[in-house]
Design a protein around this ligand. Structure first.
Ligand code: TXA
Ligand code: MG
Length: 336
Protein backbone atom coordinates (compact mmCIF):
# COMPACT_ATOMS: atom_id res chain seq x y z
CA UNK A 1 0.00 0.00 0.00
CA UNK A 2 1.19 3.52 -0.82
CA UNK A 3 1.22 5.72 2.24
CA UNK A 4 0.61 9.42 1.62
CA UNK A 5 2.73 11.71 3.75
CA UNK A 6 0.65 14.76 4.64
CA UNK A 7 1.65 18.01 6.35
CA UNK A 8 -0.37 20.10 8.79
CA UNK A 9 -1.50 22.70 6.22
CA UNK A 10 -5.27 23.03 6.00
CA UNK A 11 -5.55 21.32 2.60
CA UNK A 12 -3.71 18.26 3.90
CA UNK A 13 -5.79 18.07 7.07
CA UNK A 14 -8.91 18.16 4.87
CA UNK A 15 -7.45 15.32 2.83
CA UNK A 16 -6.79 13.37 6.07
CA UNK A 17 -10.44 13.92 7.02
CA UNK A 18 -11.64 12.73 3.62
CA UNK A 19 -9.58 9.54 3.84
CA UNK A 20 -10.94 8.78 7.32
CA UNK A 21 -14.49 9.50 6.23
CA UNK A 22 -14.02 7.07 3.33
CA UNK A 23 -12.98 4.24 5.66
CA UNK A 24 -9.20 4.68 5.36
CA UNK A 25 -6.51 4.78 8.04
CA UNK A 26 -4.63 7.96 8.93
CA UNK A 27 -1.92 8.38 11.57
CA UNK A 28 -1.86 11.85 13.12
CA UNK A 29 -0.24 13.73 16.01
CA UNK A 30 -1.97 14.44 19.32
CA UNK A 31 -0.55 16.15 22.41
CA UNK A 32 0.17 12.76 24.01
CA UNK A 33 1.46 10.40 21.29
CA UNK A 34 0.67 9.85 17.61
CA UNK A 35 -2.61 8.00 17.01
CA UNK A 36 -3.71 5.71 14.20
CA UNK A 37 -7.23 6.79 13.33
CA UNK A 38 -10.24 5.18 11.69
CA UNK A 39 -13.95 6.00 11.59
CA UNK A 40 -15.10 4.55 14.95
CA UNK A 41 -18.54 3.69 13.55
CA UNK A 42 -17.17 1.76 10.56
CA UNK A 43 -16.46 -1.86 11.50
CA UNK A 44 -14.28 -2.60 8.50
CA UNK A 45 -12.18 0.52 8.98
CA UNK A 46 -11.60 -0.32 12.64
CA UNK A 47 -10.74 -3.93 11.79
CA UNK A 48 -7.99 -2.58 9.51
CA UNK A 49 -6.45 -0.73 12.45
CA UNK A 50 -5.99 -3.98 14.39
CA UNK A 51 -4.44 -5.51 11.30
CA UNK A 52 -2.08 -2.60 10.56
CA UNK A 53 -0.83 -2.57 14.16
CA UNK A 54 -0.79 -6.33 14.65
CA UNK A 55 -2.93 -5.69 17.71
CA UNK A 56 -5.00 -8.27 19.65
CA UNK A 57 -8.66 -7.58 18.89
CA UNK A 58 -9.82 -7.80 22.52
CA UNK A 59 -8.00 -4.56 23.20
CA UNK A 60 -10.57 -1.76 22.94
CA UNK A 61 -9.85 1.56 21.26
CA UNK A 62 -10.24 5.09 22.52
CA UNK A 63 -12.73 7.16 20.53
CA UNK A 64 -11.57 10.70 19.84
CA UNK A 65 -14.04 13.55 19.45
CA UNK A 66 -13.63 17.23 18.59
CA UNK A 67 -16.77 18.60 20.28
CA UNK A 68 -17.83 17.92 23.81
CA UNK A 69 -21.46 17.36 22.71
CA UNK A 70 -20.42 14.18 20.93
CA UNK A 71 -20.06 12.60 24.34
CA UNK A 72 -23.86 12.37 24.37
CA UNK A 73 -23.88 10.42 21.11
CA UNK A 74 -21.30 7.89 22.30
CA UNK A 75 -22.31 7.34 25.91
CA UNK A 76 -25.68 5.99 26.94
CA UNK A 77 -25.50 7.76 30.30
CA UNK A 78 -23.68 11.03 30.87
CA UNK A 79 -23.40 11.63 34.61
CA UNK A 80 -22.53 14.75 36.65
CA UNK A 81 -19.13 13.22 37.47
CA UNK A 82 -18.36 12.87 33.74
CA UNK A 83 -19.41 16.50 33.21
CA UNK A 84 -17.13 17.64 36.04
CA UNK A 85 -14.13 15.78 34.63
CA UNK A 86 -14.84 17.06 31.11
CA UNK A 87 -15.13 20.65 32.43
CA UNK A 88 -11.82 20.36 34.18
CA UNK A 89 -9.66 18.29 31.80
CA UNK A 90 -11.07 18.53 28.27
CA UNK A 91 -9.70 19.25 25.78
CA UNK A 92 -6.70 17.34 27.10
CA UNK A 93 -4.98 14.07 27.96
CA UNK A 94 -7.84 12.39 29.85
CA UNK A 95 -9.74 9.36 28.54
CA UNK A 96 -13.00 8.55 30.27
CA UNK A 97 -14.23 4.97 30.15
CA UNK A 98 -18.03 5.18 30.36
CA UNK A 99 -21.18 3.22 29.50
CA UNK A 100 -21.30 2.90 25.73
CA UNK A 101 -24.04 3.68 23.30
CA UNK A 102 -25.11 0.37 21.68
CA UNK A 103 -24.64 1.87 18.16
CA UNK A 104 -20.86 1.69 18.51
CA UNK A 105 -19.54 -1.42 16.76
CA UNK A 106 -18.16 -4.20 18.96
CA UNK A 107 -14.96 -4.12 16.94
CA UNK A 108 -14.27 -0.65 18.34
CA UNK A 109 -15.05 -1.47 21.97
CA UNK A 110 -13.49 -4.93 22.01
CA UNK A 111 -16.98 -6.26 22.85
CA UNK A 112 -17.11 -4.44 26.22
CA UNK A 113 -20.19 -2.56 27.43
CA UNK A 114 -18.04 0.50 28.08
CA UNK A 115 -16.14 2.83 25.77
CA UNK A 116 -13.11 5.10 26.23
CA UNK A 117 -13.64 8.68 25.02
CA UNK A 118 -11.14 11.52 24.71
CA UNK A 119 -11.26 15.10 23.42
CA UNK A 120 -7.62 15.89 22.57
CA UNK A 121 -6.03 19.29 23.11
CA UNK A 122 -4.02 19.10 19.89
CA UNK A 123 -5.40 21.56 17.31
CA UNK A 124 -4.19 19.36 14.46
CA UNK A 125 -5.97 16.31 15.86
CA UNK A 126 -9.19 18.24 16.42
CA UNK A 127 -9.15 19.71 12.92
CA UNK A 128 -8.71 16.27 11.37
CA UNK A 129 -11.61 14.89 13.43
CA UNK A 130 -13.80 17.85 12.39
CA UNK A 131 -12.95 17.40 8.72
CA UNK A 132 -13.67 13.67 9.01
CA UNK A 133 -17.01 14.55 10.58
CA UNK A 134 -17.18 11.29 12.54
CA UNK A 135 -15.80 10.00 15.85
CA UNK A 136 -12.30 8.63 15.38
CA UNK A 137 -11.08 5.40 17.00
CA UNK A 138 -7.35 5.78 17.52
CA UNK A 139 -4.87 3.62 19.37
CA UNK A 140 -1.26 4.75 19.53
CA UNK A 141 0.29 4.65 16.03
CA UNK A 142 2.98 2.03 16.74
CA UNK A 143 3.23 -1.61 15.82
CA UNK A 144 1.68 -3.52 18.72
CA UNK A 145 4.16 -4.00 21.58
CA UNK A 146 6.65 -1.36 20.42
CA UNK A 147 7.28 1.93 22.23
CA UNK A 148 4.58 4.52 21.48
CA UNK A 149 5.49 7.00 18.74
CA UNK A 150 6.08 10.58 19.79
CA UNK A 151 7.69 11.78 16.51
CA UNK A 152 6.54 11.52 12.89
CA UNK A 153 9.66 9.50 12.02
CA UNK A 154 8.64 6.82 14.54
CA UNK A 155 5.25 6.47 12.87
CA UNK A 156 6.82 6.29 9.42
CA UNK A 157 9.19 3.58 10.63
CA UNK A 158 6.34 1.44 11.99
CA UNK A 159 3.45 2.11 9.64
CA UNK A 160 4.65 3.29 6.21
CA UNK A 161 3.17 0.87 3.67
CA UNK A 162 0.49 -0.29 6.15
CA UNK A 163 -1.81 2.75 6.34
CA UNK A 164 -3.34 5.23 3.86
CA UNK A 165 -1.72 8.38 5.21
CA UNK A 166 0.54 9.78 7.91
CA UNK A 167 0.23 13.40 9.01
CA UNK A 168 3.69 14.68 9.78
CA UNK A 169 3.37 17.12 12.68
CA UNK A 170 5.44 18.33 15.59
CA UNK A 171 6.92 16.05 18.22
CA UNK A 172 4.28 15.29 20.86
CA UNK A 173 4.28 17.74 23.73
CA UNK A 174 3.49 15.27 26.52
CA UNK A 175 5.08 12.10 25.16
CA UNK A 176 3.08 9.61 27.29
CA UNK A 177 -0.43 8.38 26.49
CA UNK A 178 -3.48 9.88 28.15
CA UNK A 179 -4.59 9.10 31.68
CA UNK A 180 -7.39 6.52 31.43
CA UNK A 181 -10.11 6.58 34.09
CA UNK A 182 -13.18 4.41 34.50
CA UNK A 183 -16.03 6.69 35.52
CA UNK A 184 -18.85 5.25 37.61
CA UNK A 185 -21.68 6.85 39.59
CA UNK A 186 -19.77 7.27 42.84
CA UNK A 187 -16.26 6.21 41.90
CA UNK A 188 -13.50 7.10 39.43
CA UNK A 189 -10.75 4.54 38.94
CA UNK A 190 -7.38 5.29 37.32
CA UNK A 191 -6.65 2.46 34.86
CA UNK A 192 -3.60 4.00 33.18
CA UNK A 193 -1.56 6.85 34.69
CA UNK A 194 -0.59 9.85 32.56
CA UNK A 195 0.04 13.60 32.61
CA UNK A 196 -3.14 14.16 34.63
CA UNK A 197 -2.23 12.67 38.00
CA UNK A 198 -4.44 10.90 40.56
CA UNK A 199 -4.14 14.01 42.72
CA UNK A 200 -5.36 16.29 39.92
CA UNK A 201 -8.40 14.05 39.55
CA UNK A 202 -8.99 13.84 43.28
CA UNK A 203 -9.08 17.63 43.51
CA UNK A 204 -11.52 17.85 40.61
CA UNK A 205 -13.84 15.34 42.31
CA UNK A 206 -13.93 17.21 45.63
CA UNK A 207 -17.50 18.54 45.39
CA UNK A 208 -18.98 15.58 43.54
CA UNK A 209 -19.09 13.04 46.34
CA UNK A 210 -17.32 10.52 44.09
CA UNK A 211 -14.18 8.86 45.39
CA UNK A 212 -10.95 8.20 43.57
CA UNK A 213 -9.37 4.78 43.30
CA UNK A 214 -6.31 3.46 41.53
CA UNK A 215 -6.50 0.10 39.76
CA UNK A 216 -4.62 -2.14 42.17
CA UNK A 217 -2.70 -3.65 39.26
CA UNK A 218 -0.92 -0.28 38.92
CA UNK A 219 0.14 -0.17 42.54
CA UNK A 220 1.53 -3.67 42.44
CA UNK A 221 3.91 -2.82 39.66
CA UNK A 222 7.23 -2.75 41.42
CA UNK A 223 9.83 -5.39 42.13
CA UNK A 224 8.91 -8.66 43.73
CA UNK A 225 5.18 -8.00 43.64
CA UNK A 226 2.91 -10.35 41.86
CA UNK A 227 1.66 -8.75 38.65
CA UNK A 228 -2.14 -8.54 38.76
CA UNK A 229 -4.52 -8.48 35.82
CA UNK A 230 -5.23 -4.83 35.06
CA UNK A 231 -8.75 -3.60 34.25
CA UNK A 232 -7.66 -1.81 31.05
CA UNK A 233 -7.12 -4.72 28.64
CA UNK A 234 -4.24 -2.91 26.95
CA UNK A 235 -2.27 -2.75 30.18
CA UNK A 236 -1.83 -6.50 30.42
CA UNK A 237 0.30 -6.99 27.34
CA UNK A 238 4.07 -6.75 27.30
CA UNK A 239 4.20 -3.33 25.96
CA UNK A 240 6.24 -0.33 24.96
CA UNK A 241 9.11 -2.74 24.59
CA UNK A 242 12.37 -1.92 22.86
CA UNK A 243 14.11 -4.68 20.89
CA UNK A 244 16.92 -4.53 23.42
CA UNK A 245 16.79 -6.33 26.73
CA UNK A 246 15.99 -3.81 29.44
CA UNK A 247 16.74 -3.84 33.17
CA UNK A 248 15.62 -1.21 35.67
CA UNK A 249 18.04 -0.50 38.49
CA UNK A 250 16.41 0.93 41.60
CA UNK A 251 17.81 2.26 44.88
CA UNK A 252 20.01 5.08 46.20
CA UNK A 253 21.39 6.96 43.17
CA UNK A 254 25.04 6.36 44.02
CA UNK A 255 24.49 2.61 44.39
CA UNK A 256 22.46 2.51 41.20
CA UNK A 257 25.27 4.12 39.21
CA UNK A 258 27.81 1.72 40.68
CA UNK A 259 25.66 -1.27 39.81
CA UNK A 260 25.07 0.03 36.30
CA UNK A 261 28.75 0.54 35.60
CA UNK A 262 29.48 -2.96 36.94
CA UNK A 263 26.88 -4.62 34.70
CA UNK A 264 27.94 -2.47 31.75
CA UNK A 265 31.53 -3.62 32.10
CA UNK A 266 30.59 -7.31 32.24
CA UNK A 267 28.23 -7.11 29.29
CA UNK A 268 30.62 -5.08 27.16
CA UNK A 269 33.29 -7.58 27.92
CA UNK A 270 30.94 -10.21 26.49
CA UNK A 271 30.70 -8.11 23.30
CA UNK A 272 27.33 -6.44 23.94
CA UNK A 273 26.42 -2.82 23.30
CA UNK A 274 25.00 -1.25 26.46
CA UNK A 275 22.86 1.92 26.66
CA UNK A 276 22.01 3.83 29.82
CA UNK A 277 18.67 5.57 30.33
CA UNK A 278 19.00 8.10 33.12
CA UNK A 279 16.17 10.62 33.25
CA UNK A 280 16.75 11.58 36.88
CA UNK A 281 18.53 14.90 36.38
CA UNK A 282 15.94 16.61 34.14
CA UNK A 283 12.49 17.92 34.98
CA UNK A 284 9.77 15.31 34.79
CA UNK A 285 7.89 16.86 31.88
CA UNK A 286 10.99 16.63 29.76
CA UNK A 287 11.63 13.10 31.03
CA UNK A 288 8.10 12.08 29.99
CA UNK A 289 8.51 13.73 26.57
CA UNK A 290 11.75 11.87 25.95
CA UNK A 291 11.06 8.46 27.41
CA UNK A 292 9.68 6.60 24.37
CA UNK A 293 11.96 8.31 21.85
CA UNK A 294 15.03 7.35 23.91
CA UNK A 295 14.02 3.68 23.75
CA UNK A 296 13.51 3.91 20.00
CA UNK A 297 16.83 5.72 19.50
CA UNK A 298 18.71 3.04 21.42
CA UNK A 299 17.11 0.38 19.23
CA UNK A 300 18.23 2.23 16.09
CA UNK A 301 21.74 2.41 17.51
CA UNK A 302 21.77 -1.37 17.90
CA UNK A 303 21.92 -1.39 21.68
CA UNK A 304 21.63 -4.93 23.15
CA UNK A 305 20.96 -3.99 26.76
CA UNK A 306 19.33 -0.88 28.22
CA UNK A 307 20.08 -0.15 31.87
CA UNK A 308 17.45 2.28 33.18
CA UNK A 309 17.68 4.29 36.38
CA UNK A 310 14.39 4.04 38.32
CA UNK A 311 12.75 7.40 39.07
CA UNK A 312 11.49 8.17 42.53
CA UNK A 313 7.73 7.71 42.41
CA UNK A 314 5.99 10.65 44.06
CA UNK A 315 2.62 9.95 42.47
CA UNK A 316 2.75 12.51 39.65
CA UNK A 317 4.24 12.21 36.17
CA UNK A 318 6.98 10.05 37.71
CA UNK A 319 4.28 7.45 38.52
CA UNK A 320 3.25 7.46 34.84
CA UNK A 321 6.84 7.24 33.57
CA UNK A 322 7.63 4.37 35.96
CA UNK A 323 4.48 2.54 34.83
CA UNK A 324 5.77 2.63 31.24
CA UNK A 325 9.30 1.77 32.34
CA UNK A 326 8.18 -1.37 34.22
CA UNK A 327 6.29 -2.56 31.16
CA UNK A 328 9.12 -1.78 28.75
CA UNK A 329 11.46 -3.82 30.89
CA UNK A 330 8.96 -6.66 31.25
CA UNK A 331 9.22 -6.05 35.03
CA UNK A 332 12.93 -6.87 35.18
CA UNK A 333 14.05 -4.86 38.18
CA UNK A 334 17.21 -4.95 40.17
CA UNK A 335 17.08 -3.49 43.70
CA UNK A 336 20.41 -2.25 45.01
O1 TXA B 1 -3.07 9.33 24.55
C1 TXA B 1 -3.73 8.38 24.14
O2 TXA B 1 -4.65 7.88 24.80
C2 TXA B 1 -3.39 7.82 22.74
C3 TXA B 1 -3.67 8.93 21.72
C4 TXA B 1 -3.58 8.46 20.32
O3 TXA B 1 -4.93 9.50 21.99
N1 TXA B 1 -4.10 6.62 22.48
C5 TXA B 1 -3.79 5.45 23.09
O4 TXA B 1 -4.57 4.37 22.69
O5 TXA B 1 -2.91 5.34 23.91
P1 TXA B 1 -4.15 2.86 22.99
O6 TXA B 1 -5.16 2.05 22.25
O7 TXA B 1 -2.74 2.65 22.67
O8 TXA B 1 -4.44 2.67 24.51
C6 TXA B 1 -5.78 2.65 25.01
C7 TXA B 1 -5.81 2.11 26.41
C8 TXA B 1 -5.56 0.62 26.42
O9 TXA B 1 -4.82 0.29 27.59
C9 TXA B 1 -6.98 0.08 26.51
O10 TXA B 1 -7.04 -1.22 27.04
C10 TXA B 1 -7.66 1.10 27.39
O11 TXA B 1 -7.11 2.33 26.98
N2 TXA B 1 -9.11 1.14 27.14
C11 TXA B 1 -9.75 1.60 26.05
N3 TXA B 1 -11.08 1.40 26.16
C12 TXA B 1 -11.29 0.79 27.35
C13 TXA B 1 -12.45 0.31 28.06
N4 TXA B 1 -13.67 0.40 27.53
N5 TXA B 1 -12.27 -0.26 29.26
C14 TXA B 1 -11.04 -0.36 29.81
N6 TXA B 1 -9.90 0.08 29.19
C15 TXA B 1 -10.03 0.64 27.99
MG1 MG C 1 -0.81 1.88 22.74
Amino acid sequence: MDTKILSTIEEDLKEAGRILRGGGLVAFPTETVYGLGADAMNTEAVAKVYKAKGRPSDNPMIIHIAEREHLYKLSSKVTPVMETLADKFWPGPLTMVVMRNPDIPDTTTGGLDTVGIRLPASETARKIIRYADCPIAAPSANLSGKPSPTRAVDVIEDLAGRVDAIVEGEDCEIGLESTVVMVEEDRVTVLRPGRISPNDIKEALEDTGARLEIDSALLKQSAGDEVQTPKAPGMKYRHYAPKAEMIIVSGAYKNVLEKISEIKKTREHAGQKVGILDLTGIDEEKAARRFFSCLRDMDSEGVDLILAVALEDRGGLDFAIMNRMFKSAGYKILEV
